[in-house]
Design a protein around this ligand. Structure first.
Ligand code: G4P
Length: 529
């Protein structure tokens, strides 16, 4: 297969949802179709029950053994599908945001009864800002839920999307009979038995045919005709270009648990979903077809085995091919690195590969060279954009609780921050260190990992900040900026890259600062340049 064909057959995407909507179940069913797993129950849920650190640790431990679950790859109808796993728990939302920089499209799963939930809103907003193509899958149709039209309205209103259904349910819950596939023009009858429905598809190019009554009954047949007519009036026709540019989102209905509507979703997905997309760097747009390799680190996974403190850096290939034992430039360090055992991911396994293509993810063993966001190239000095840090929501001083282990603590904190577990700010005034996180759970995770992986102990002290604002003065030499620095000195620090950060203690304080020092610009993410 040629290089161009290899690119064209790749589909790299993420599944996002509010916890419990059915992301894990859908992932599993997709893998079953791809023949990548043989039975249900093989995919481990990455769900974290209420605030239980032990849950997280257990999950991390399992993942340490089988980190491959971060990327699930399989072949379906000759397409190479790469699913990037995203944690659903809100305390790990930042991890998900970062993973979204490596996907070419997403599938959004929504629970038919619960509708659009909080976490879905946040994640979809990030995708919308980046114009990532999205497909919506409305799940659990075997249960009583909201009316399909109402739900599509809700999706448009709350998520700011423009939808068009490509399938439509016939009944729901107890009366759920199946799905009319608008895309393929056929009916899929719901038998409640998983894989059976593949053979149960009935072609239906003419919805007015009296055959419809015979199959689903007179009343449901009339209702379906009416509703399909309404859909044709209300919703735009599917337009692939609009979908690819993030302007239109097709909707599918089904029941992941019953493996219903999943094949339709997958078949349509491989037809319409984008092949690996070009990516913007600080110097230019990089196209996948370019012959020279480039890629970036979007995730670092620690191996939880304390005896081997190695980590796996996940690199998304943007252009060219990644080859084993070939030297590549680590742009931030300005040095060449070679990788003798790059891992590729296949189903739930990882294996050493000689060559990988744009859209693929390779896992590189790392002893501390990589940070999230690092770029690798075949020599070109450029950095990929688009992995910002978001303002944390919790802030605590971190103190050393074992004076003999200061070095270990420093190293541990340093490496955990490189992995993106949390953000570290060093106060300008006294050099004290403040850790900022998205959720309180991370503090326990950090404490646990420092102890188990680095032999260091820490404790925390509250730091009264509300938000981290990255500071960019119009003119660093003007009096206003000097005054700002003098007045706010207790709340100023530097992030890992040495950028100045104002740790504001309230919304009011941010507003006052904006008013008093208009030439000092405050930003809530780190990618303001
Ligand atoms: P998540 O990854 O998005 O958090 O969701 P997950 O797939 O774990 O699904 C959450 C719950 O919803 C699970 O039940 C799962 O079995 C159920 N579910 C998923 N799809 C469907 C569906 O189409 N219909 C129905 N009725 N239920 C569905 P659970 O009881 O929390 O877990 P389990 O003990 O069954 O695994």
């Amino acid at each position: 297969m040629s290089f161009e064909q290899e690119i064209k057959r790749r589909r790299t995407f993420g599944i996002i949802s509010h916890p419990d909507a059915g992301k894990t179940t859908l992932t599993e069913k997709l893998l079953l179709f791809g023949g990548a797993i043989q039975e249900a129950g093989a995919v481990k849920s990455n769900k974290i029950k209420k605030g239980a650190t032990s849950d997280f640790m257990e999950i991390e431990r399992q993942r340490g053994i089988s980190v491959a679950t971060s990327v699930l790859a399989f072949i379906y109808k000759d397409k190479k599908i790469n699913i990037l796993d995203t944690p659903g728990h809100k305390d790990f939302a930042e991890d998900t945001f970062r993973t979204l920089t490596a996907v070419d499209s997403v599938i959004v799963v929504i629970d038919v009864a619960k509708g659009v939930e909080e976490q879905t809103e946040k994640l979809v907003e990030v995708c919308r800002m980046r114009n990532i193509p999205m497909i919506v899958f409305i799940n659990k149709l075997d249960r009583e839920g909201k009316d399909a039209f109402d739900l599509m309205d809700e999706v448009e209103q709350k998520l700011g999307l423009h939808v068009t259904p490509l399938s439509y349910p016939i009944g729901m819950g107890y009366d759920f009979q199946g799905i009319y596939n608008i895309w393929e023009k056929n009916i899929n009858l719901f038998e409640g038995d998983s894989r059976k429905n593949i053979e149960e598809t009935i072609a239906f190019s003419d919805i007015d045919s009296p055959e419809l009554e015979k199959i689903i009954g007179e009343k449901p047949a009339n209702k379906l005709r009416e509703e399909l007519e309404l859909i044709a009036e209300v919703y735009p026709e599917f337009d692939r270009e609009a979908y690819l540019t993030g302007k239109l989102q097709p909707v599918f209905f089904g029941s992941a648990l019953n493996n219903f509507g999943v094949r339709e979703l997958l078949d349509c997905f491989i037809d319409i979903a984008p092949t690996p997309r070009a990516k913007e760097s600080d110097t230019r747009l990089v196209a996948p077809e370019e012959k020279k390799f480039s890629g970036f680190v979007f995730k670092i996974h620690a191996n939880m085995d304390p005896k081997h403190r190695d980590r796996l850096a996940f690199v998304k290939i943007v252009s060219g091919t990644f080859e084993r034992n070939k030297p590549y430039l680590h742009v931030r360090h300005g040095k060449n690195l070679k990788f003798s055992s790059p891992n590729a991911f296949f189903a739930e396994k990882k294996e050493i590969v000689d060559i990988s293509y744009p859209g693929d993810i390779v896992g590189l063993h790392d002893t501390g060279n990589f940070k999230i966001g690092d770029t690798l190239t075949e020599g070109e000095a450029m950095n990929f954009k688009g992995i910002p840090s978001f303002s944390p929501e919790h802030f605590r001083y971190i103190n050393n609780a074992d004076p003999l282990k200061a070095k270990q603590l420093e190293k541990g904190v340093d490496q955990l921050m490189d992995e993106g577990v949390a953000q570290l700010f060093t106060l300008e005034m006294n050099g004290r260190k403040v850790i900022g996180t998205v959720g309180a759970l991370q503090y326990e995770v950090i404490q646990y990992r420092l102890e188990h992986e680095y032999g260091a102990k820490c404790n925390y002290e509250n730091f009264p900040a509300y938000k981290a604002c990255w500071v960019l003065p119009d003119d660093p030499k003007n009096e206003e900026f000097k005054e700002f620095k003098r007045v706010k000195q207790k709340f100023l620090g530097h992030d890992k890259h040495g950028q100045l950060v104002f740790l504001a203690d309230s919304e009011f304080s941010i507003q006052m600062t904006n008013q008093k020092y208009p030439s000092v610009k405050l930003y809530f993410t780190s990618d303001y340049h």
